[in-house]
Design a protein around this ligand. Structure first.
Ligand SMILES: [Zn+2]
Length: 346
């Protein structure tokens, strides 16, 4: 559905997403904005994900997207009738791109055509609800940290590998955002000795991690080396398993670059766990066995992180948005409580 159409999108209760751990005990609206689809859902006070909806992203202007998001929030709020005594108390939104979580500003989201948009404030004004806004990969990492493969860790890194590479870094329980510029792991320079990057990255970098190790990078590097494009990274992994030496080299380069990134993160952050999320994490042992080996070879005295696949797949964005909205409410409740941040205990 485009921004201009008026038909209500189809909604259905969704059975596949797990029940979420809601700390504030209030219903929230979760919105996951992608380059092609906007997914939204109501999450009730008990953490049940209801009224999941997905529709084509309204592209073209910030105003069109804001209209769409406000309408999705209103529809999810309408769906809350019958699922508890109150409507939603907050909205969580994740978008792909550079996002300053603290200020609630989309600095740059090229796929969505957004630059310097104060999306949190604008959506809050349109819906009358507090809004939590974040970058999608950081959100997916937060979901893994709260309820997934990084649960229980104090310091963790979640690397989301798909067309590109995004990441979330949690240090002592705090999600780091670097004013929107942090955790851009896909553009970590990988100047491997004697091995220039396979091509210039879209960001202009000569040897960015995602040129080597993203699903898109693996597929492109194989096509470049052989002149025979395969369907995608999965097919390159399959060709490597069947003994294709070029595929094995391309996959090996990707694993080497990823291992180097993990080793550097281990040096700086000493995460207890590094979670690999996104499409490439479905490669299974073909990725994780050599990756763990290479990381182990690169480290010496360091604390070795566990390297684990993510728990959440396609639903990670909606889960993340609900959990971030819940976190926002939790912080507000803490601040309002006697002795809380506004309680003046000092
Ligand atoms: Zn780059």
């Amino acid at each position: 559905m485009t921004a201009g159409s008026t038909a209500a999108p189809a909604r259905a209760d969704h059975g596949r997403l797990p029940r979420l751990e809601m700390r504030a005990g209030r219903p929230v609206v979760a919105v996951d904005v992608g380059g092609t689809l906007v997914k939204s859902a109501l999450v009730d006070a008990d953490g049940e994900v209801r009224a999941v909806c997905s529709e084509p992203t309204a592209l073209g202007s910030a105003g069109a997207l804001l209209d769409q998001l406000a309408r999705a929030v209103a529809e999810a709020a309408a769906a809350s009738a019958g699922h508890g005594p109150t409507g939603p108390s907050a909205v969580g939104v994740h978008v792909p791109g550079l996002v300053d979580d603290t200020r609630g500003v989309v600095l740059l989201a090229e796929n969505l055509g957004l630059r310097d948009v104060p999306l949190r404030e604008e959506l809050s004004a349109r819906t009358g609800l507090p809004v939590s806004l974040g970058n999608d990969a950081r959100g997916a990492g937060f979901a893994e940290f709260r309820m997934g493969a990084a649960r229980g860790a104090r310091t963790a890194v979640v690397i989301s590998i798909g067309t590109g590479i995004g990441a979330a870094v949690v240090v002592d329980g705090h999600l780091h955002d670097g004013d929107g510029f942090g955790c851009e792991l896909g553009h970590m320079p990988m100047l491997l000795p004697g091995r220039d990057g396979p091509a210039r990255c879209a960001c202009g970098g000569a040897s960015c991690l995602e040129q080597w190790a993203s699903a898109g990078g693996v597929a492109r590097n194989y096509a470049r080396a052989t002149g025979l494009p395969l369907g995608g990274a999965r097919e390159v992994f399959e060709a490597a398993a069947l003994g294709d030496p070029t595929a094995a080299r391309v996959v090996g380069d990707g694993v080497d670059a990823l291992a180097l990134a993990v080793a550097q993160l281990a040096t700086v952050l000493a995460p207890e766990v590094v979670v690999i999320a996104g499409g490439l994490s479905r490669a299974g042992d073909a990725l994780f066995v050599p990756l763990r080996e290479r990381v182990d070879q690169m480290l010496t005295f360091h604390r070795r992180p566990r390297v684990e696949p993510a728990r959440f797949g396609d639903g990670a964005g909606v889960i993340a948005s609900a959990l971030r909205a819940d976190e926002l409410l939790e912080h507000r409740l803490e601040a309002a409580a006697p002795g809380g941040a506004d309680g003046g205990t000092w």
